[in-house]
Design a protein around this ligand. Structure first.
Ligand SMILES: Cc1ncc(COP(=O)(O)O)c(C=O)c1O
Length: 411
């Protein structure tokens, strides 16, 4: 069916898709890559992707799959049976959540799992509680599924963690789902086990579904540990969808393999959706993902240690810049500093009033790509990924410090 404009003419692009904004993180990354391709000396803090290559045993499994004729054909829509089984086993190993292979559907990356989950769970007008700062894709995926994101702001003082009181105050009879993510993109916050449990219990009491994004489960730092909500609150299992993928854990952003885990009726419906949408994830990528989740975590531990070191360096350097404040990252691979204190200042002859403008100035004057907080529902902040090489990281933050320190206008 084609929708009509108010003046009676057909719209060329549907209202639903026409209202989506471009992914700000990918847009910043595209600008960075274009400048780089043009030979500019630019440093990218934009993309949330590990700089490491995919571990060799995973790549080898993909090479073998390329040569195997059986892998040249469709797989079942829900994924290779052995991959679904390996994901179920890995979930029990890593988070303690016991699920069957039939509860798993393999998707084209974690992003696709987010989209399919909301498409499967929501009816028009259903509300989704969305703590902010949020990953930029969540509100769009909710809106594309005709849901209504209900944004719940959190503060740096609260460690960017939402409380049960906030959730309860926002609850209405239309509340279908809570989106929960820990470790968080963009804030790097990790919830304490007792907070995860309290939120899970609240959801059970209120009959609210929980979509919990566990994609950063292996990336926690210091004393912070990942905990899985349906493990702490087993009664939640029937109204919970766990999202995950290989991208962040195994340096596999380009392979596009993610998954949903949920109750059988929801997974069955999601498989039906996917059967008319993408059929199945590419076999070569599925074989690579099988090698990843079926293998040990040695390479993961090495990458995690590098991220922890880089996160510490970035946090120290950002915190040393006058009027910039930054919480220490507890997980994922992002620092999320506040630049509120430097807005309105003269920087190289320009006076950015918002972080959107500040990030433009940083790119144009300091050749550093940073994602503005506006993209995450948090104006005044910006997100810097520390999943890049140590030298580039130091050089990039030095450039920011230099630009912010170079006051040329009146106080
Ligand atoms: C919180 C979160 N969930 C899911 C994803 C999806 O990752 P991918 O689609 O690369 O598997 C990302 C990627 O940035 C993320 O940050």
């Amino acid at each position: 069916m084609v929708t009509a404009c108010h003046d009676g003419r057909m719209s060329r692009v549907s209202r639903r898709v026409g209202s989506i904004s471009e992914s700000a993180t990918l847009a910043v990354d595209a600008k960075y890559k274009a400048l780089q391709a043009a030979g500019e000396d630019v440093i990218g803090f934009g993309a949330g992707e590990p700089d490491f290559p995919t571990p060799p045993h995973i790549v080898e499994a993909a090479v073998v799959a390329c040569r195997n004729v059986a892998d040249h054909h469709y797989t079942p829509t829900a994924g290779l049976p052995e991959l679904r089984a390996a994901i179920a086993a890995k979930t029990t190993r890593d988070s303690g959540y016991e699920v069957t292979p039939q509860q798993v559907v393999v998707t084209n990356g974690g992003k696709h799992a987010v989209y399919n989950t909301f498409r499967t769970l929501l009816d028009p007008g259903d509300e989704v509680l969305l703590p902010a700062p949020y990953w930029t894709t969540y509100p769009e995926a909710i809106a594309l599924a005709d849901g209504v994101p209900v944004v719940l702001p959190t503060t740096a003082d609260a460690g960017f963690r939402v409380t049960v009181e906030q959730l309860d105050a926002a609850w209405t009879p239309r509340t279908k789902t809570l989106l929960f993510v820990s470790p968080s993109n963009p804030t790097g916050a990790v919830y304490q086990p007792e907070e995860v449990e309290a939120i899970g219990r609240w959801a059970v009491e209120r009959g609210v579904w929980v979509v919990t994004d566990e994609i950063y489960e292996h990336l926690t730092y210091g004393d912070h540990r990942f905990t899985s909500m349906p493990v702490l609150v087993p009664e939640l299992a029937d109204t919970c969808v766990v999202l995950n993928g290989v991208a962040k854990t195994y340096a596999m952003t380009g392979w596009r393999v993610g998954w949903m885990i949920g109750p059988l009726d929801v997974i069955g419906a999601a498989v039906n959706l996917q059967s008319h949408q993408t059929s199945n994830v590419g076999n070569v990528s599925q074989r690579a993902a099988l090698a990843a989740v079926g293998g040990n975590l040695d390479a993961v531990a090495a990458m995690r240690a590098a991220f922890e070191r880089r996160g510490r360096v970035m946090h120290e350097m950002l915190s040393a810049i006058p009027d910039v404040t930054c919480l220490a990252p507890e997980g994922a691979f992002y620092c999320f500093p506040s630049f509120e204190g430097v807005l309105g200042r003269d920087l190289a002859g320009r006076t950015p009033a918002t972080t959107l403008e500040l990030c433009e100035v940083l790119l144009e004057e300091a050749r550093v790509a940073v994602v503005p907080g506006e993209a995450f529902g948090a104006p005044g902040y910006a997100r810097l990924s520390f999943a890049l090489g140590d030298d580039a990281l130091v050089e990039g933050v030095e450039r920011i410090a230099k630009l912010l320190g170079a006051r040329s206008g009146p106080e």
